[in-house]
Design a protein around this ligand. Structure first.
Ligand code: ADE
Length: 224
């Protein structure tokens, strides 16, 4: 899979993709993540990529030309399955969305800023708008990092033990059961006996019951 991220702050991605599972996925060549500085695509001598809104009011709007120039440059090389825009009013990111995005070959993620992007880009170029939650971030970069992380770990082959990704919270519309490791007892706090019993059938039953109980308590809306 190839992910092209268009941003005015490529430095913001230096941390998130250089560790852990995303780093391993890049090393295994299962994903290629490319960052594009939007300012490189403006003809303005001051590298300006935003301007005042025609409606007036506070806040700047990201301009069409640099965004189109950057996307067209990328499209010269390959077709894209999705051109995503990160925005608080997009469709809420969730596990089914991460699953389906993880199966694509080429994806662009455009990070919004200021008051947003010129609406004509959303109308004519963007194919999917994603929000990572009902709150407003300073820009789309952290959202793009969250989306990228959420889907890269699902690309077949990225997580060695495929069962592990499938048993994540939300994969079966339930949150994951609690987990424990050594020591068996710490300050009188004990690991549930069932997990030490060696009876795999009973352990699976217990995990399922715990998932149901947790989902009812924490995410009742998922049970409906
Ligand atoms: N940009 C600003 N806030 C955002 C959010 N909640 N989701 C996605 N992009 C954003």
């Amino acid at each position: 899979m190839r992910i092209d991220i268009i941003t005015i702050f490529p430095e913001m991605f230096e941390g998130p993709f250089d560790h852990s599972i995303v780093k391993r996925a890049k090393e295994k060549k299962l994903v290629e993540i490319n960052l594009h500085q939007l300012r490189d695509y403006t003809k303005d001598k001051h590298k300006k990529v935003d301007d005042y809104a025609f409606s007036g009011g506070a806040g700047m709007v990201m301009m069409i030309e640099p965004i189109v120039a950057c996307i067209e440059e990328l499209q010269k090389e390959r077709d894209y399955d999705q051109i995503i825009y990160t925005s608080p009013d997009g469709e809420l990111f969730n596990q089914p969305m991460a699953n389906s995005l993880s199966l694509l070959n080429n994806v662009i993620i455009l990070c919004g800023h200021y008051k947003g992007i010129d609406e004509r880009i959303r109308e004519h170029i963007i194919t999917k708008e994603i929000s990572i939650g009902n709150y407003v971030l300073s820009g789309g970069e952290l959202a793009a990092a969250v989306i990228t992380d959420g889907l890269v770990r699902l690309i077949p082959g990225v997580i060695g033990n495929e069962v592990s990704a499938l048993s994540d919270s939300f994969q079966n519309n339930m949150v994951a059961p609690p987990v424990y490791t050594k020591p068996r007892e710490f300050q009188g706090w004990k690991v549930p006996d069932i997990l030490l019993s060696g009876n795999q059938h009973k352990i699976e039953e217990w995990k399922y019951e715990q998932s149901v109980k947790r989902t009812e308590e924490r995410r009742p809306e998922m049970m409906e």
